[in-house]
Design a protein around this ligand. Sequence first.
Ligand code: SF4
Length: 317
Amino acid sequence: MTDTAERIQNINRLKQNIYREYGYYYYVPMAEAYTVQVPVTVGCSYDKCLYCNLNQGRKFRELSFEEISGHVESLRKIHEGRNPKRFLLAGGNPFVLSTEKLLRIADLIRSNFPECEYISAFSRADDITRKSPAELHALHEAGYNRLCIGVESGSDDVLAFQNKGITRAENLRAMNMLDDSDMDYSLYIMLGLGGHNMSESHVNETATLLNMSHPFSLTVVTLVIFKGAKLIDRIKSHEFHRMHPLDAFKEGRELLSRLEISTIWDATHKTNIFPLKGKIPEHKEKLLQRIDDVIAEIESGDIKQYELKRWRKWGTE
Ligand code: SF4
């Protein structure tokens, strides 16, 4: 075996060991796809959202500092000769960890990777609001930045129905606290989350909430029904009326048209029927025009069939 082949084999072995507990796939924020992922938690400490089965039955677990230390040592070996700058704490909501532990982890990452520019993480709004302004400031000083919050909707009715365990006011408070501590953040918004019945309030209230926020990027996804998600029972009992993907796409148009903030509209996630991305306000009119063109193509039957087939496949994952 050549030196290169042996090195690749060693790297694969180290990666398998580091990410073993996360299963076949795990979710990372779209805006942080090209970061070094440091395992610190497995699963989500909440794990009760009706539409979600990202954790696939895995119980939430906080890794011990010794385990994290071992993984960082392996990551150092994997990146030998390179100086990665962007890091992500892996897990459904690693920002739930205590400030003390997050600070120790930041120290560990920065001492192993001195060129680290920032450490990102998925966070629930209440993981942020449980921390004091002084703690958030200290975390930012230690390198935490570009947190990603799954806001999903600005409507309390939608959030309550989906058992999100977070209100609109809490999401707003968390974003204000990040603004005050100078931490950048990206947000997830989910089209179709209110189904047909709550579509209007979903769009209206998400637009007004977003217009009070300052995310550097909006990741726009469309509701898909994960195998094992509790939402399936609500669909069967007719309490939730799922939207056709085209109607969810139209929701996206309506939402975008109402936004007055400066951010990136990133709707390239594969759950959407058509990928779109651009800066707003700079590209807003072009994006809206493109959406209108796509809607017209779909409604006239010109849409490439594979796009809808692809969505149908996702829609029943
Ligand atoms: S959507 Fe996020 S907060 Fe809700 S259960 Fe899934 S991982 Fe946890």
